[in-house]
Design a protein around this ligand. Structure first.
Ligand SMILES: Cc1cc2nc3c(=O)[nH]c(=O)nc-3n(C[C@H](O)[C@H](O)[C@H](O)COP(=O)(O)OP(=O)(O)OC[C@H]3O[C@@H](n4cnc5c(N)ncnc54)[C@H](O)[C@@H]3O)c2cc1C
Length: 370
């Protein structure tokens, strides 16, 4: 059989799956290619908080909210499981509480519903929190979703809508004719196409180089502990996270506490941020530090032991924002660099990709700098 496509999406992580979904919804013939298995990259070792009220500007908050709404569409149309938990940020000092006050203003200006809570109100919402916290925030718009489930649900629905999903073969070449993308090569197969979406996460630079495009993405390693029970119902983040999530790195290992219930009775404790290439070695000292730090916020965690410690790679870019836009030869589109926001921003990224391919928009504002 000779295959061809209107669009080939490379990479079946959460970004590639979302892109394939929205492209198919527009009626394009889509091939989604994955060198390994669906959701086997960063998706396999990530948290799943659709987080809105940590963003730096009202525009970023509005974008995250748009993505959150698209999750509801994916839940209705594709069976994506979204746990509508809300989410909280926690301050240990009056200075951090002031910082959160500012964060509430930013998030509210972006359209999110966020309330500022004193220490007592925090306990009313989450009784297992430490009693001496200075205060916090609660954003009921937030939710959690597990990336592997999101990817699998999307792939099942997309297949039913005609998307071809090819796993187990890397794209090794992209043909360009007269300045335009013409085909991709997987093993010995050549697939003619008019457009290619590079959604390869931390592996995007190698795919960009196939067409002479430099994609500035590096792996930023993060540990996660999986606990067999969850003392809390909502995902929690310490206010100090606001200093490490972007390009800054005040702690040498970027250690900041996130606790995320997963909807199945377990929870994740995160996380760290390090530049160590693709080193998958678990750092047990760091894992212990993560647990102790989390216990500062949720004391019950001190007595629990992690069932598993995993390491994943955030697609970090020094631009401090994702890269979503045309680059290089005509028809080549980049959708990557989401760092710690890929789960949150996957649906809106997929929608951007489909809007670009359909010509509904020409730019996203997230292009590679010239
Ligand atoms: C510890 C940790 C916690 C996180 N927590 C959150 C969170 O709570 N909320 C949030 O919003 N985000 C979170 N993130 C970030 C989020 O997980 C990432 O931003 C997101 O998963 C990136 O998705 P992706 O599709 O770009 O990459 P990936 O999931 O890595 O997908 C890329 C795919 O491309 C494939 N590929 C590569 N090269 C080729 C090729 N040549 N041919 C074919 N296929 C190829 C790979 O095999 C891979 O499957 C977290 C990340 C980590 C590490």
């Amino acid at each position: 059989m000779t295959r061809s496509a209107d669009v080939v999406v490379i990479g079946a992580g959460i970004i590639g799956c979302a892109a394939a979904y929205f492209l198919a919804a527009d009626g394009h013939r889509v091939v989604l290619t994955e060198r390994s298995e669906v959701a086997s990259g960063t998706a396999a070792a990530s948290g799943g908080w659709i987080i809105i009220h940590d963003k730096e500007t009202p525009a970023e908050v509005a974008l995250a909210l748009e993505s959150r709404r698209l999750y509801d569409r994916l839940a209705a149309e594709a069976g994506v499981v979204v746990h509508r938990t809300g989410g909280m940020m926690l301050a240990t000092t009056p200075a951090e509480f002031d910082r959160l006050r500012h964060q509430v203003e930013t998030a509210t200006a972006g359209g999110a519903t966020v309330e500022l809570l004193d220490g007592r109100a925090l306990i009313d919402l989450e009784p297992e929190l430490a009693r001496d916290l200075a205060g916090g925030t609660h954003c009921p718009d937030e939710a959690t979703a597990q990336a592997p489930q999101v990817c699998q649900a999307i792939v099942t629905t997309a297949r039913a809508r005609g998307v071809e999903v090819l796993t187990g073969g890397a794209v090794t070449a992209i043909g360009v004719e007269d300045g335009r993308v013409a085909h991709v090569v997987i093993a010995t197969e050549r697939i003619p196409t008019r457009a290619v979406v590079c959604a390869c996460g931390v592996w995007s630079p190698a795919v960009g180089r196939l067409v002479g495009v430099e994609i500035p993405v590096t792996p930023r390693r993060g540990h996660l502990l999986t606990m067999t029970a969850s003392p809390v119902r909502r995902p929690l983040l310490e206010a100090g996270y606001l200093d490490v999530s972007g390009t800054a790195q005040p702690d040498p290992q970027g250690l900041r506490t996130i606790v995320q219930p997963r909807g199945d009775g377990t929870c994740l404790i995160g996380s760290s941020r390090e530049f160590k290439g693709e080193d998958r070695t678990v750092d047990s000292d760091l894992a212990e530090r993560m647990k102790q730090r989390a216990a500062r916020f949720v004391p019950a965690l001190a007595k629990m032991r992690p069932a598993r410690v995993t390491v994943g790679f955030r697609p970090y870019t020094p631009l401090g924002r994702p890269i979503i836009g045309w680059a290089g030869p005509d028809g080549f589109l980049v959708a990557t660099g989401h760092e710690g926001q890929g789960i949150t921003l996957a649906p809106v990224t997929g929608k951007f990709v489909s809007d670009l391919v359909a010509g509904r928009i020409r730019q996203t504002g997230f292009e590679l700098p010239p």
